[in-house]
Design a protein around this ligand. Structure first.
Ligand code: MN
Length: 321
């Protein structure tokens, strides 16, 4: 249920906000992207904000009605150097991967796939489900210490919950307050689902983490700043707590972590460090190299488009004589 990164991820020298910062909050508009015929709101990466901690990708899909004429249908495609975090608030999706995993995911459950050096997967609605589908898929960049390692897959049917004054926080990954998720974590990061009722809820934060908030449904205010679906609210570092005010029932995702210390290069479904390794991964997928394994799926394999640096002519000054 994720789409690839379609813009070249040229390491940004300096990240600047889309709108002037207010109360230390930058509101960054999501990009509307098409994923297998479905419209998604892509909150990360954006030109002005590429990562929040190790989180480097966030797609908000739906709500969309699936039935006989509409489906989520994403054929086998590879990943490298990242973890996919899949979380639904409505509907169901079937995950199949090259490790042999076949896992139905429903609201309240977490699918966490670690790509390491290479994995492939397919994600689709089941065909038997009719109704609304809504969810998020996020990627976590793997650190140097694990990104060349083995792929892995985890499914968590039940996750720990933290009661708020007006709502419930479900800890997908990492530690929130004194509640820790059992999900694998290769860096210091946190991901939390917020199911908020009307009122003010106080969230415990870690001051050395940077945070971002995406609203899926409803709206919240942080001081004077209103946050609605279609934006990433970047909250920076240095906060010990966060007061969220909801005027109506609201669903949101909070992500955070230590600012990622390594430079990242993202292309299509790959996270790496250099053009050479991304180019090699692209060529291996196109050649059906077994480094990404094989997914047992009825859906067709998704071909990769070539990295921009292979198709864009070099400027004259960069040409060798
Ligand atoms: Mn994927």
């Amino acid at each position: 249920m994720t789409g690839p990164v379609t813009e070249s991820d040229i390491p940004a020298e300096r990240q600047s906000p889309d709108v002037p910062s207010s109360g230390g909050i930058d509101l960054i508009s999501s990009h509307v992207a098409d994923v297998a015929g479905l419209s998604v709101r892509r909150a990360l990466p954006r030109r002005s904000r590429r990562t929040v901690g190790a989180w480097c990708f966030l797609d908000h899909m739906g709500p969309v009605e699936v039935g006989h004429d509409q489906a989520v249908s994403i054929g086998p495609h590879p990943h490298m150097g990242l973890q996919t975090v899949t979380w639904l608030t409505a509907g169901e999706i079937l995950h199949r991967d090259s490790l042999g995993s076949e896992q139905l995911i429903r609201p309240g459950q977490l699918n966490l796939m670690t790509a390491g050096a290479g994995v492939s997967h397919a994600e689709a609605t089941t065909g038997s489900y009719r109704g609304e589908v809504q969810g998020v898929q996020l990627w976590v960049a793997q650190p140097e210490s694990t990104r060349h390692g083995s792929p892995a897959f985890e499914h968590h049917g039940v996750l720990p919950r933290h009661e708020l004054a007006h709502g419930v926080a479900t800890v997908l990954v990492g530690t929130f307050g004194d509640i820790a998720s059992p999900a694998r974590r290769d860096t210091d990061h946190v991901g939390v689902d917020l199911d908020l009722g009307v009122g003010v809820s106080l969230l415990p934060l870690a001051p050395d983490f940077e945070y971002g908030l995406v609203v899926l449904e409803g709206a919240v205010r942080i001081g004077p700043v209103g946050i609605e679906p279609g934006n990433l609210a970047y909250l920076g570092v240095g906060r010990h707590e966060l007061a969220l005010t909801a005027a109506s029932p609201t669903r949101a995702i909070l992500i955070g972590g230590l600012p990622f210390p390594e430079p990242l290069l993202m292309w299509w479904n790959f996270v790496g460090r250099t053009r050479e390794e991304i180019t090699a991964a692209y060529q291996q997928w196109q050649a059906q190299d077994d480094c990404f394994g094989v997914v047992d799926s009825p859906l067709p394999r998704i071909p990769a488009s070539p990295p921009a640096w292979l198709t864009t002519p070099l400027p004259p000054s960069a040409r060798r004589q």
